[in-house]
Design a protein around this ligand. Sequence first.
Ligand code: AR6
Length: 169
Amino acid sequence: MKIEILSGDITELRVDAIVNAANRSLLGGGGVDGAIHRKAGIELLEECRKLGGCEIGEAKITQAYKLPSKHIIHTVAPEWYREYEVPKEELLKNCYLNSLKLAEEYNLKTIAFPCIGMGVYSCPKDIGTRIALKTVANYIESSTIEKVFFVCFEAELYDYYTEFMKEML
Ligand code: AR6
């Protein structure tokens, strides 16, 4: 199986890249973004300052500094309580696709995603779970990426992911 669902803290994983659910500034915030910046250290913020932010659905890569992973891929989800010209589902899907494309460009083999957009940005858990699993499963079928971990910090989200994974099989 190329996909594995884990519960816990993504900052502890020793993978080629962990994905950060950031905001458009890329200068840190709460949730998983806050945890990543706190543990990676100030050098991460310094590198992020040079990136000029990130649009919704896009992705940018940095080193991981004090974290055990090699890289951090920063992506920005849509805020579910806002309206955009493009459907929010598509924007969220792009977060996964652009993160995976970037991982391939850097020849990364193992990548871990948090539940992007499903915290502060309020994407409904069932919608977010389906988009995450469907998009990634579909993409990695013919990709150089060897393993994708979905890391659920909340027990409820772990249940959503494992349930939907069973439905997909
Ligand atoms: N490891 C894994 N998952 C975590 C961790 C962790 N250490 N900490 C929290 N989560 P959120 P968003 C889960 O809010 O919805 C920030 O302020 C969390 O339980 O981090 O995309 C940014 O700067 C939830 O399931 O990201 C943005 O302003 C999931 O990560 C905004 O929040 C995503 O929740 C982005 O909001």
